[in-house]
Every structure is written in structure tokens, then in C-alpha cells.
Design a protein around this ligand. Structure first.
Ligand code: ADP
Length: 218
């Protein structure tokens, strides 16, 4: 279903989010107080306007409440980010996602009432570090402090075995939630015990970080 998004801040992060959402067929309005950035992005989104997100009149004119989601993508200027967040909440924005630069910045945004806080630099750094340490890891999502979802290339010693043979759930408490075949590109999103691991398969699994570490998957 087509949704409407307001992206505040057309820096590297905001511009990337805005272009991707527009590319996926959604309505995207971008706001930045830098005229050059607004011009640069205007052809790639529904609408791009120059406005100051810390000015109440500036924000009001955008009709904040009409958007399904507001993405507050100001990171560097923490004061501007916090001021804009307060105004967005006062204007009853329906759902706010904000980028935080530091833990403290994130905490303040959450306390104010931002619905979701993201830390793109920290999360990307974390993923990169894991992928450097474990060459089989393709992606990692931390579900909580304790659990993660990992996407790994099937280790050679698992090839030719079925999920039943591997018995990952009983041995490590790890559940395989999908198998992606590199040859043929098919994805099996409901793997059963009899499914075999083939060479170059991608395994998507969820489990306890300690156990995922034991398998050298994170
Ligand atoms: P990134 O690391 O993603 O590039 P930045 O924090 O450097 O993030 O960029 C944030 C963007 O937000 C910049 O383009 C900046 O011009 C814009 N910006 C900063 N303050 C305001 C404001 N008060 N109103 C509108 N846009 C702003």
C-alpha cells in the first residue's frame, strides 16, 4: 500500500532513505534548510522543499500530521534534531523515526516520545566488524541483547546434511528460518527437517548470541 513519508534532512542518510522509499513507489517529501541539497534531490522524490525544521511555522506549513511516517534525519546538529523532534511531537506527527548520533542523543529522542530511534553509523560499524571477523557472515540483525538473526554462507562441513542431521535446534537452540539457494536463486522460507544443505546455500537462522558464537556464526 502506498504510504506518505516526510524526510527531514537530506544528508547522506536522509537522502538515501528518501530515494529508496520513492524508488519503492511511495510518496516522499524531503525538507532541508540547504538549498543545494534540496535541488540535488528534487528530481528523485515527490517533492523537495527548503525549510527550517526548528521553526514552528516552517514545520506547520508542511502539514506534518498528514504523513504516515516522519523520518528525522538530522544527526550532526543534535540541538536541531531535538528541537525538531519536540515540535513534531507537539504537532502530533503520527509516527516518528529519528536518527541518533550518540547513545545520549538517542536516549533524549526516546524520552521525548520519538517512536523509533536508529543509529546507522553504529549499526553499520557493528555489522562490518562482525563480517570481518567471521568470513561466512553476510548479515546480522540484533533482535535483543541476547538474540540475533544471522545470514551465513553454509559452512563446508554442513553441506550434504539435512536440517535433521544437523539438529541445530536441540544442540544449540538455533532455528533455521530460511534457506536460500545460490544456484537457481530459490528461497525456502519454511524449511523442514528433511531439507538438505547444498554447497553455496545461504542459511538464515535465529538464536542466542552465545550459541551463534560457538558455531562461529557471529
Ligand atoms: P548525514 O550524516 O546523514 O549526512 P547530517 O546530520 O550531516 O547527516 O545531515 C543532516 C542534514 O540535515 C543536512 O543536510 C542539514 O542541512 C540538514 N539540517 C540540519 N539542521 C536542519 C534544520 N534545522 N532544518 C532543516 N534541515 C536541517
Amino acid at each position: 500500500m502506498k504510504k506518505s513519508y516526510l524526510v527531514i534532512g537530506a544528508g547522506r542518510f536522509g537522502a538515501s532513505v528518501a530515494r529508496t522509499l520513492y524508488g519503492l513507489g511511495h510518496d516522499v517529501m524531503v525538507v532541508d534548510n540547504d538549498e543545494t541539497l534540496v535541488q540535488q534531490i528534487s528530481a528523485d522524490v515527490t517533492n523537495a522543499v527548503i525549510a527550517n525544521a526548528t521553526s514552528e511555522t516552517g514545520l506547520k506549513a508542511l502539514g506534518v500530521r498528514d504523513f504516515d511516517v516522519v523520518i528525522l534525519a538530522i544527526g550532526f546538529d543534535i540541538q536541531a534534531s531535538i528541537m525538531a523532534a519536540i515540535l513534531l511531537i507537539e504537532m502530533e506527527a503520527r509516527y516518528i523515526v529519528a536518527k541518533a548520533q550518540t547513545d545520549l542523543h538517542g536516549k533524549v529522542l526516546s524520552k521525548i516520545g520519538v517512536n523509533r530511534v536508529v543509529y546507522p553509523e553504529r549499526d553499520m560499524g557493528h555489522k562490518l566488524a562482525h563480517s570481518l571477523i567471521s568470513p561466512t557472515i553476510i548479515d546480522l540483525i540484533e533482535v535483543s541483547d541476547q538474540y540475533s538473526v544471522v545470514e551465513v554462507s553454509a559452512p563446508a562441513d554442513m553441506v550434504g546434511k539435512s536440517l535433521k542431521d544437523l539438529d541445530l535446534r536441540a544442540r544449540f537452540g538455533i532455528s533455521v528460518i530460511a534457506l536460500r539457494r545460490n544456484h537457481g536463486g530459490r528461497a525456502n522460507i519454511a524449511p523442514v527437517a528433511e531439507d538438505m544443505i547444498e554447497a553455496e546455500d545461504i542459511i538464515v537462522a535465529v538464536g542466542d548470541n552465545k550459541n551463534l558464537k560457538k558455531l562461529e556464526w557471529i
